[in-house]
Design a protein around this ligand. Structure first.
Ligand code: PGA
Length: 253
């Protein structure tokens, strides 16, 4: 059985007060939840410490949205794996398309971040996904294969249980236009085959692959019912406790 993982990517939203308001409300919404999905909440760096405290007695897991691949040093504005560990972070998102697009996270940088996170005992949510031009140009699989191979090259099968892949078509992020369940399923199955080619079928079969891009309470159940869709990475709809709770709950239907 693959782990189902639903993660909230808050991006650059919520200060410390808003973070605690959310956590109180979300814990309330989830009081009667008896499903098995793992829930990860990824606030901005400044709210990690407060969120860690608030989540301490809960089953919910703390994640970060980025890291630097060096341990320490003259990298103004950056945060290292060791620092994330010290506030109680267990997961880190790497290679989000917004990082690739706006902050120079090339395939090479993404690979270094994946390696640093894993060697620091952090679990990774690795994001991959094609642009609209790439989908329309028929190169979706080529792009996914390049991103997966670049990010995972040099890892060994024993690294893979600490890794989650999130398929996030860029044209579906923040646009309200989600991939159809079939488009998601096709991409997820392709990602799984690519990982099987690198690390073997057994490893690939147990890899959690999340879908991300305009996931909402209204479309979550259908997307999550696809055989290769093992969870969701949720942006906009994770900012409200009730809508994020609805998405988590729809994962166990
Ligand atoms: P969205 O973002 O749910 O707002 O489309 C998803 C993501 O970027 O992770």
């Amino acid at each position: 059985m693959r782990k189902k993982i639903i993660a909230a990517n808050w991006k650059m939203n919520k200060d410390i007060n808003e973070t605690s308001e959310f956590v109180y409300a979300f814990r309330d919404e989830m009081k009667s939840y008896d499903g098995t999905a793992e829930v990860i909440i990824c606030p901005p760096f400044i709210a990690l410490d407060a969120a860690a405290e608030l989540l301490r007695e809960s089953p919910f897991i703390l994640g970060a949205q980025n890291l630097h691949y060096e341990n320490d040093g003259a990298f103004t504005g950056e945060v290292s794996a060791r620092m994330l560990k010290s506030v109680g972070v267990s997961y880190v998102i790497v290679g989000h398309s917004e990082r690739r697009q706006f902050f120079g996270d090339t395939d090479e940088v993404v690979a270094k971040k994946v390696k640093k996170a894993l060697s620091s005992d952090l679990n990774v949510i690795l994001c991959v996904g094609e642009s609209l031009a790439e989908r329309d140009g028929g190169v979706t699989e080529k792009v996914l294969e390049r991103q997966i191979k670049a990010a995972l090259e040099g890892l060994t099968p024993k690294d893979l249980p600490s890794l989650v892949v999130a398929y996030e078509p860029i044209w579906a992020i923040g646009t309200g236009r989600n991939a159809t369940p079939q488009q998601a399923e096709d991409a997820h199955a392709f990602i799984r085959r690519t990982v099987a080619g690198m690390f073997g079928k057994e490893v690939a079969d147990s890899l959690t692959i999340q879908y991300g891009g305009s996931v909402k309470p209204e479309n979550a159940a259908e997307l999550l019912s696809q055989p290769d869709v093992d969870g969701a990475l949720v942006g906009g709809a994770s900012l409200k406790a009730d809508s994020f709770a609805k998405i988590v709950k729809s994962s166990s239907r």
